[in-house]
Design a protein around this ligand. Structure first.
Ligand SMILES: [Ca+2]
Length: 62
């Protein structure tokens, strides 16, 4: 009888967005907002483009 080893599955940590990382590390919304401004207000932080970043991590701000 031949035993075939199952293929090794490499589990990787999911890549986090900047907002998810800031939220996970316990930073306040104010800190995240300032970080977004300092980063040049990248649209990737503000999916709905209403001027409030990180709402998917911190909740709606308006
Ligand atoms: Ca937004």
């Amino acid at each position: 009888m031949v035993v075939v080893e199952p293929p090794v599955t490499v589990t990787r940590a999911p890549s986090l967005t900047s907002c998810q990382r800031l939220f996970a590390e316990g930073f306040s919304y104010t800190y995240a907002y300032n970080a977004w401004v300092n980063a040049g207000r990248p649209l990737s932080w503000d999916a709905d483009r209403d001027g409030y970043p990180c709402e998917q991590s911190y909740g709606n701000r308006n």
